[in-house]
Every structure is written in structure tokens, then in C-alpha cells.
Design a protein around this ligand. Sequence first.
Ligand code: ATP
Ligand code: MG
Length: 557
Amino acid sequence: MSETRTGEPSNFIRDIIDADLASGKVDTVVTRFPPEPNGYLHIGHAKSICLNFGVARDYGGHCNLRFDDTNPEKESLEYVNAIRRDVEWLGFEWHSNPFASDYFDQLYDYAVDLIKQGKAFVDSQSADEIRANRGTLKEPGIDSPYRNRSVDENLQLFEAMRNDEYADGEHVLRAKIDMQSPNINLRDPVLYRIRHATHHNTGDRWCIYPLYDFTHGLSDAIEHVTHSLCTLEFEDHRPLYDWILDNLETPSRPVQIEFARLQLEYSLTSKRKLNQIVTEGIVDGWDDPRMLTLAGMRRRGFTPEAIVDFCDAIGITKKDSTIEMGVLENALRDDLNARATRRMAVIDPLKVIIENYPEDQEEWFDGANHPQDPDFGTRKVPFSRELYIERADFMEDPPKKFFRLGPGREVRLRFAYYITCKEVVKNAADEIETLICSYDPDSRGGSSPDGRKVKGTLHWVSARHAVDATVRLYERLFNVPNPGAAADFHEALNPDSKIVMANARLEPEIECVDNPLPYQFERLGYFISDPDSSADTPLFNRTMTLRDSWAKIEQQK
Ligand code: ATP
Ligand code: MG
């Protein structure tokens, strides 16, 4: 079905499927991933995608991508297309890609069937009255005064609702179940409401729209879904799911099974809140690399393989828990370590002049593209009299444990020579402008024939050969582990989540445009070129640092 690995994890859902196959209850396993196209997919959806598509693939069945589109005001074709792209990017292929709205005619007929059986009625209470009469967890509900309308009257009213004879909110269609039920979902739930809104798929054909609970189970049944896997908040809806299917003749009888949502530290995975973050301009769009949307993660440089590996690692359970961000980051580091081509780049440059290196000379060193994998080959790295090193790799008055450059200290330049700092040149504002250094010609290649050792190895680029670039560094969007629990998530925002380094220098052998492949800029982390990168203005995003500097900060607190 697809190239993406999901392994063969065992979990309680697979146990249920095994039993259903063994007993003959199920022949072919059919699942669906049912997003509402009201926003972009996020890392939580990836868990559901990996589960639904992974199960279908491993059992030789199939999985549909179904758009659960029953709220016309919130949905759009932009979201539909973004969701398709993200599912494909993760490496999964859907069997079919229907809209729940494709079934509106059938759903209408099912509703009429319920009315004819005396199991649904048109209620003319206002929304407020319906809410007030629904009762609470402790109080039973109160029957609607319209509950005993005749079948004929209900049929007539429902048809008139459909035929645009009423305004929004004048009537609803409700199931007639039990206003005393301890499960509020069974207290005569609303099945249809009037909404004069244009729908992205059905246009203005309908002015009544079915509700999620009515639509979902019936769509599953129409598609012959065998196992309808959803998150735990739908557990209390299962009796309604069953009631609808038990009271109608449907092409098949699916079963709903619930599993725990993914909750990830330092992030929000509610589409409503993500939408707010985008709309308020807190980030630069749904695909901002700080967002844990799949589009944002792609732009950040996540690989689909790392996301699938992460979903495998966290597994599927029935108990809510919060996953540490480090689990996701380490899945990514493991994958990128194997995949990333090594290069040198300096993101905060400090000029170095090698005073004893001839001005008209240059050398091209062989640099391994990957230290552990010779298949990556090598490239030539130019060296010359004027170089850049990282500003953070020099200290004028370094402490003992600082193994980088300081006045009079000697370090190795990766692939090249030992250099010693002779003089620090400052500007009028007393800022360090240039380091005058000397090099040891005998240390060519990075070791000295006299056995002299140096502790530090720095990355560098040759000034004359360097490519100017902008590099964006990202930190977590939120400062607290559970921003969703904050009274106002704005207070949990990290003001330094994006740092733009406009003065970066890259070694010349770097693809800056149309390159989906990851780089490791040595000692700095993993980077990917941004879709907005151009030959004139190269632009890279830092995907992740090499080590978990965050964990270290947390420990020091
Ligand atoms: P939101 O409340 O953020 O809009 P949702 O659950 O309403 O999320 P849907 O588009 O309805 O979003 O979700 C499609 C599928 O993805 C559903 O089956 C849902 O259960 C699942 N899903 C959504 N969020 C998560 C999550 N955090 N972990 C696992 N599955 C999820
Ligand atoms: Mg939903």
C-alpha cells in the first residue's frame, strides 16, 4: 500500500481485529480517517492516520480518507486540499476519498425512515429551550412539548425544512430516545438543523445539515467500515452511534472503538486554537515551522518517516497521557542523523584573518558528506586567508573549560589547520570585529606531526567563497508544558520562538533552492531550505539542534 513503515505493533485494537477475523465476523478490515476540513492536520491527527491506515495495510484491508463535512460555515476547499496533501506526504494511500456530504441524499432518506418509525420528530423549541430542557448530569431532561407530533406532521415539517420554508433555528429534527437517560447524548439528540450557508461541496443545494453523530455512523455503514476508530471523547457517543445503526437498515454494521488522543507537551492540538494562532498573526500561517501542523512540520524539516516512527513509539492505548516533546524530537534526530548531508555554515559570523596565509592562495579540502556513511561521498571545501567562524566560538576572557578560541589559544579548523589567535581587533563601539590569527602549515588535515593536541574543533567558512544566507532558528512556541490548560494561552507564548539570522554564511556546495533534502550544518543542527528560498536570497530553517539543549536547561532550573 505504501512505503511508510509502521511496523507491526500490537495493541488492544489489533487484538479486537484479530478476534473479529478469527470468528468470521469480519472478512476484510475497512477503516477510515475522518477529518473535518475546518483546519490543517496536526501531529495528533498523524496518530489517527498511522493507526487507521496502518491497521488497514497490515491486515490487507483498506482505509478511506473521508471528509466529515457537516459544518459548512467552517469548512473550505483550501483545508480539503491541505489535508489530502498531508496524508499523501505521510506516505499513505487512501482507497477512496469521499465527503460525508456526498451522502446527504441518503442521510435525508434515513432521517425520513426514522420519522416513519416514530423514532424522530421535528422540534420547534428554540435552541435555548432545547438546551435548558436537556437537563444536566444530575438532573434528567424534560420532554419537548412537540415530542408527540404525528408521523405525518413530522414528515411534512421535515420536508418543508428541506424546502427552505423556515429560517435558521426555527425547527430541528431530533431522535426520540429518552430524555431521562443518564447519558445526555441519548436525550433526544438533534439530528438535523437548518443552516442557510453555502457548502464547499454541495453549494446551496441544502439548507438543512445533519449533525456529526447522525452522519458519522451512517457514513461508516455506507462505506462498509468494519472498525470505526475514534478518540476517547466519543466514548459517551457510542450508545448513540449504536442506536442509529440498530434502528436503520444499513449496508453494513460497523463498530466504534475509542483510543486515547495524542497530547504533546509544549503544544496545542486543537484546531480551534491553532486557527486562532493563525488568524491573530501570532505565527506566519498554518505552515509556520513552529506549528505542529503537518504542513508546519514539513516546512520545519520533519520527515514523514520520523513522524510515523514517533507514532509507532507512542503506541495506542485507552488511557490519556501526555507525551514528552523529547520523544518526538529524538525520533526526528535519529532519522535526520542517518539522512542529513553534512555541511559547514556560520550563522553569526566573526571574521578571522590568517596573517601568515598568502593572500592569493586557496586550498580545497576533501570533506566527508557523512561521518558514518561513506555512500554520501565527499565534497571540496575551500580555504583561504579570510574566514568566518561562529561568534560564540570566541571569548576574549574565556574560562578554563572553554575549549574554543581565545587570545593566545590554539584550535583546529575542521578539515583544515590548527590556528592560534594573535590579536583581537575592535571597532569604535568596542565590539570585536576581526581576529588576527596564525596557522600552522604542518597541521594540514587537522593534526600536528609533533603530536601537539588541541581540545576544540571549530566549523568555519571561507569568506571569499561563502554564500550569504538567512537562517531562521526556532524554539518552542509555548513556554509551559500544557498551554492548553492555561486560562489564556497567549500568556504561555514564547516571545523568542523565532530568531532570524540575516547574516549567515554557507560553504558554496549547498543547494539552496527546491531542495527537500536535509542538511546537518556541523555543530549547529539540522536544517532544511525553506520553500521561499531563492538563488539570490537563500533561506534555511533550523529543524532541530543536535542535542536536546532544552532538557539541559530544564535540569538546571
Ligand atoms: P479538533 O478538535 O482539534 O478540531 P478533531 O478531533 O475535531 O480535532 P477531526 O478533524 O474531527 O479533528 O479529527 C479527525 C480524526 O482525527 C478524528 O477521528 C479524531 O478523533 C482524530 N484526532 C484528532 N485529534 C487527535 C489527537 N490529538 N490524537 C489522536 N487522534 C486525533
Ligand atoms: Mg472532530
